[in-house]
Ligand binder design. Structure first.
Ligand code: MLT
Length: 389
């Protein structure tokens, strides 16, 4: 039994305006982030989980244990029975401005799906959304990229196999796309309770907004370049490096830093070692696209950027994070538009955020749910004034 009076954190004035960095504010039953070991889902290190069936990882986060063979079969059947979004969602997507960012499309699509299909029951809506979000994302990719009409789901297929089929990436090898997207999906599902999008999603839900509105808020948070959109910037950075010659790569990194630029895909707010989600993806790359030029550049950056960043005193974590290599794998299998990468992150992160929202709304505090989020902000530069003089 935890000691309810245990002091977990002492807040002083220097902690104010630091984005709640490190403040304990709640409990999380889905995943934990250790600064050195990285993320684990319900106790399982991510490196052991990344090639489980995607539906088994979803089940783990929702139910807090890995499914037996029977449980997995029943869960997959349940999800597949839910596929199929209203055709009006596609009509709505087609009316969106083509130059809107794919994340703006995704957020709009989530809200539209909510308006047309929500039940108001968090657990029910979460299952519906996991079953239907692959169709939503595939439709966004096809319409925005001009790849043709959206492709209807095939309920006989697994979640990611069907997603790859519905994407229909022109000229791509479905087996390689599936290998990359399966691991990408599992690796990005959850990252503790305090990453920005998860925190925002739970905060919105704490006012009893429905799951779709809460996730739209969460995805707006993920859209920021300091959070999920960093995977787009990281691939663009690898492209700019433009070589896999180790010395030239190192020179590029040094020059970028000298000019005040950023080394995208390196460092993290919590981690202090190589992100295991990056470690896994380097291995996936060695298997799926070992000779791809951008992947080879990412491999060299793994060594040379760390070397350069390690020599800078104020850098607390010089190591690759999840974004350092993910874009190069997506690019290698035919997803060449980096502006779509955060949508793939969001497609996956929806799972962990939904699982945490269910825990906070339906299970926490003996079913009462976590209270509405209401942290205190200390008034600053507001001397008492009066209009009466
Ligand atoms: C994430 O996966 O959400 C990112 O690594 C950011 C974070 O954990 O704060």
């Amino acid at each position: 039994m935890a000691d309810e009076d245990e002091v977990l954190f002492q807040i002083t004035r220097k902690h104010l305006d630091t984005g709640l960095r490190g403040f304990p504010v709640g409990t999380c039953g889905t995943s934990a982030v250790d600064p050195v070991q990285g993320v684990s889902y319900v106790g399982y290190p991510i490196a052991e989980l990344y090639d489980v069936e995607p539906e088994a990882a979803v089940y783990l986060l929702f139910e807090k244990h890995l499914p037996s063979a029977d449980e997995l079969a029943a869960f997959k059947a349940d999800l597949r029975a839910r596929v199929g979004m209203p055709s009006s969602v596609v009509t709505a997507l087609k009316s969106l401005p083509r130059d809107g960012h794919p994340m703006e499309w995704f957020i709009s699509g989530l809200l539209y799906l909510g308006m047309t299909t929500k039940t108001g029951d968090y657990a029910e809506d979460a299952r519906n959304l996991v079953a239907r979000s692959t169709e939503l994302v595939a439709a966004i990719f096809r319409i925005r990229n001009g790849w043709g009409e959206p492709i209807a789901p095939d309920p006989s297929l697994g979640l990611i196999e069907d997603f790859v089929r519905m994407l229909g990436i022109p000229g791509a090898d479905p087996e390689r796309v599936t290998a990359v997207l399966r691991s990408f999906y599992v690796l990005h599902m959850d990252h503790g309770g305090g990453n920005l999008s998860t925190f925002v999603g739970k905060a919105v839900a704490s006012g009893h907004a429905d799951l779709y509105a809460s996730l739209a808020g969460a995805m707006a948070a993920l859209y920021g370049p300091l959070h999920g959109r960093a995977n787009q910037d990281a691939l663009d950075f690898v492209r700019r490096v433009g070589t896999d010659d180790p010395d030239a790569v190192e020179a590029f990194v040094r020059k970028t830093l000298d000019e005040g630029g950023k080394i995208y895909g390196f460092g993290h707010a919590v981690l202090r070692a190589e992100d295991p989600r990056a470690t896994v993806q380097y291995e996936v790359g060695r298997r799926t696209c070992p000779d791809d030029p951008l992947f080879r550049t990412a491999l060299v950056l793994r060594e040379r950027a760390v070397k350069v960043l390690s020599g800078i005193d104020k850098v607390s974590n010089p190591y690759p994070n999840v974004d350092a290599v993910s874009g190069t794998l997506l690019h290698a299998v035919g997803l060449t538009d980096s502006s779509t990468y955060t949508v793939l992150f969001g497609l996956s992160r929806v799972v962990g955020i939904a699982a945490q929202i269910i825990d906070e709304r339906v299970r926490a505090r003996g079913g009462k749910g976590v209270a509405i989020y209401r942290p205190k902000f200390i008034a600053a530069n507001q001397p008492r004034r009066s209009l009466k003089g």
